[in-house]
Structures are given as structure tokens and as C-alpha cells.
Design a protein around this ligand. Structure first.
Ligand code: SF4
Ligand code: SF4
Ligand code: SF4
Length: 284
């Protein structure tokens, strides 16, 4: 019989989530933006074979878990993972691992460097205290593949297009490309309806004449979104923020949450309790 004493809080802090099977854990690994090196994948596969049941689970937030780790193997699997520069993921009342798409490093639609932003945020805040889980997502464009609107703090790349009249040949290609119906050509002049424009930059990519350019690239910030048992729609806090504003707003948001949030209260619920305006006034 296994006599090893279960120190659940300590195990959870190292990424071990208790399974329904007694003294059995799923080891959650920390990853940022879903990036894992191939050598690390091999180490994970080896560990899953030796200390799990030979399979891994890919989580909904780009993480990897190794299920069916027995209590007596927790120390040795930690060592095996650390040798591959892998560490336990966060659970409970903490800032969770940042999820991100590959943004403009890979994707044709990407407007910002999501992995770089995610790494920076992760280095500053991963695993730090929050009254409840605090989820952050970085997505490269308004296609919003990483669902920033469903996170406590969501970041989305955006671009403001501007028309360069002298280069335009009135081909209409951009008008056909714009899914928002924000473009029209009137009397040979391209009109951009700023109310309809979702700042996706597709028209810029479509124009072969260099007649649409990025006037400014920035970040949209959403706050207070969540799914789960009690979903809450996010609120758009800021559009076209620069990187300095982004990090300042994130820092102040976490400060506000830590100061005013009740234990176990999600950030969106705090906004409902104290009011969005109070939060906005405080952080700006
Ligand atoms: S959000 Fe945009 S940049 Fe990111 S993967 Fe989707 S389409 Fe590409
Ligand atoms: S695609 Fe370029 S060249 Fe063609 S109408 Fe639009 S802006 Fe002008
Ligand atoms: S940025 Fe997107 S929404 Fe705005 S005009 Fe261009 S294609 Fe249309």
C-alpha cells in the first residue's frame, strides 16, 4: 500500500491536478502561446510512457498534460521535465499561462507579434496571485482565433488603413475584399467608413498598388470576459493602444483586481459589482 502522504496544495502548485482515480494526477505543463520545442516534446513523450499511461492530453488553452501519474512518481517526473526546461503549469488563484496565436510571425493575416507579447507577459505575471484564475489571450488580428473576448484580459492586433490616392487605379479589389462593407468608391475616390471598419487590414493586403497603407498598428484590449458556468461578455476597454499603454493597462488592471477583488471572484464579476466606470477611472 502506498504510504506517501498527499500534500495536495504543494502538488497543485507544481502542476499536478488530482484525478478521480486515487493518488493519481494529471501533470499540467507550462507553455506560452502553445510553443513547445521538439526536444521537449520527446521528453514529454518519454515521461508519459514511463510515468503516465502512454498518452498526453492537449488542453483547451494550448497546454499539455500528462495524465495517470502516480503519487510515488511525482518527484521523478518533475526532475525529468526540468531537465527538458519544462515546468508545472498554473491552476487555482493565479495568472494562468498566456495563450496566443502565431500572429505576424507566421500567419498571413497577423498584424502583431503575438508570441513575443505573450512571452513578455508570461515572464512578468505567470503564476502570480490573483483573487481567482486570470486568463490572458493574445490574438493577431480581428479574426480573433484565440478568442480574446472570452478572457479576463484579451489582446487583439489591429491596423488603421489609409488611402494613398496617387497610387490608386480604382480596381475595386479592396472593396470586394472588405468583409465589413466599409469600403466604397465614389467619384473615383475610395471612401473608408470608419464606423464599419473593423481594422483588420485585409484591404491593405489585397491592394497590389500600394494604395492602402497602415497608418497605425496597435492593440485592442478587452476585459472581463469569461466562459464556464457563468459566462460573461467582455467589455472593450481600449482601441489602438501602443505597447507601452498595453503593459501599463495590464499592470494597473492586475493591481486593481488584487486590491478590490474578493477571494474567488473573477475579474468580470468584480466589474459588475463595482462598476466598469470605477475601474476605468482608477486605471487611467
Ligand atoms: S487571429 Fe489572425 S493572426 Fe492569429 S491565427 Fe487567426 S487569422 Fe492568424
Ligand atoms: S485595391 Fe488598391 S488600387 Fe484597387 S481600388 Fe483599392 S486602393 Fe485602389
Ligand atoms: S481594415 Fe478591414 S474592415 Fe477596414 S476597410 Fe480594410 S478590409 Fe475593411
Amino acid at each position: 500500500m502506498n504510504e506517501k502522504k498527499v500534500d495536495l496544495p504543494s502538488l497543485k502548485s507544481k502542476g499536478f491536478l488530482p484525478q478521480k482515480q486515487e493518488n493519481t494526477f494529471s501533470m499540467r505543463l507550462h507553455s506560452t502561446g502553445g510553443r513547445i520545442e521538439t526536444a521537449q516534446l520527446r521528453a514529454i513523450a518519454d515521461a508519459a510512457e514511463k510515468y503516465g499511461d502512454g498518452h498526453i492530453h492537449i488542453t483547451s488553452r494550448q497546454g499539455i498534460e500528462i495524465p495517470f501519474v502516480k503519487l510515488e512518481n511525482t518527484d521523478i517526473i518533475i526532475e525529468a521535465m526540468e531537465n527538458a526546461d519544462l515546468f508545472g503549469g498554473a491552476s487555482g488563484k493565479k495568472v494562468r499561462g498566456v495563450v496566443a496565436c502565431q500572429g505576424n510571425t507566421v500567419c498571413n493575416h497577423g498584424l502583431i507579434n503575438c508570441p513575443e507579447i505573450a512571452e513578455k507577459i508570461d515572464a512578468m505575471y505567470f503564476g502570480t496571485y490573483a483573487p481567482k484564475k486570470f486568463k490572458i489571450a493574445v490574438t493577431g488580428c480581428p479574426a480573433a482565433c484565440m478568442k480574446p473576448q472570452e478572457n479576463d484580459f484579451g489582446i487583439m492586433g489591429m491596423v488603421l488603413p489609409t488611402w494613398v490616392e496617387e497610387n490608386c487605379v480604382d480596381c475595386g479589389r479592396c472593396v470586394k475584399t472588405c468583409k465589413a462593407g466599409a469600403l466604397s468608391i465614389e467619384d473615383g475616390k475610395l471612401q473608408i467608413d470608419r464606423e464599419k471598419c473593423i481594422l483588420c487590414g485585409e484591404c491593405i493586403a489585397a491592394c497590389r498598388k500600394g494604395a492602402l497603407r497602415a497608418e497605425k498598428t496597435g492593440y485592442t484590449i478587452f476585459v472581463g470576459g469569461k466562459v464556464g458556468r457563468f459566462p460573461r461578455a467582455c467589455t472593450k476597454l481600449l482601441e489602438m493602444a501602443d505597447e507601452e499603454q498595453l503593459f501599463s493597462v495590464l499592470e494597473k488592471t492586475l493591481e486593481y483586481y488584487r486590491e478590490h477583488g474578493m477571494e474567488g471572484e473573477r475579474f468580470g464579476d468584480l466589474l459588475d459589482r463595482l462598476g466598469f466606470e470605477k475601474y476605468r477611472e482608477t486605471i487611467f
